[in-house]
Write a protein that binds this ligand. Sequence first.
Ligand SMILES: Cc1cc2nc3c(=O)[nH]c(=O)nc-3n(C[C@H](O)[C@H](O)[C@H](O)COP(=O)(O)O)c2cc1C
Length: 217
Amino acid sequence: MEVSKAVSERKSIRAFTKKKVPNQLIKKLLRKSSRSPSGGNLQPWKIFVINNSSMKDFLEFQEKWTEPEVPAYDIYPSKLKEPYRTSRFELGEQMYEILGIGREDKDARIEQVMRNFKFFGAPCAFFCFVDRQMGPPQWSDLGMFLQTFMLLAKEAGLDTCAQEAWSMKHDSVSKFVKAKDSDILFCGMAIGYSDESAAVNSLKSERRPLKEWAKFL
Ligand SMILES: Cc1cc2nc3c(=O)[nH]c(=O)nc-3n(C[C@H](O)[C@H](O)[C@H](O)COP(=O)(O)O)c2cc1C
């Protein structure tokens, strides 16, 4: 698969089939993804894969967890500026419209958000942590690693959804994967095969036009 095709075909999938993903395949994709660049070649990503029995154990562990959790970080700035605010709003509206969930139906909206915490039904996932010592440059390295993984997954016929939502479950996730106190959770990554019959997967997110974010001097 050409890179351009992988880039244009990758999209966030929010409903997966039960079809399993072999650990060997994930291992291969992670190893390939580690060719991603990182400032100073720090390779700051720390990945914990859950699959098969560990996925079952993790979901049970999550169900039983009752302690309040401290989010790892603020996912968005509290007063998101334009044009970012509108982009975020439009994505939500587009998704809820496809799902037939009205603006006033807060319960249904919350229910959809909560599907994050079942990995949208994906049979396999990983969590991406980073040492707390690291700052914005290294966090951006994580992004490069994650995008490389998502493109390679596409090439391998897999679908994905990066999930910052898991940052809200930092304590329980850290406990389950036995992460070090010195590490912080950036995001989860749901991995599997798209359920093509699910309306939510027909969502094709918009992009702002190039002239709004690129200047040629
Ligand atoms: C780092 C990162 C975290 C994300 N977290 C979530 C999430 O928690 N839940 C979710 O449904 N989508 C999440 N997304 C998906 C974005 O909403 C999605 O990438 C964006 O709307 C563009 O759509 P596309 O991925 O289909 O091109 C995340 C994406 C990235 C890159």
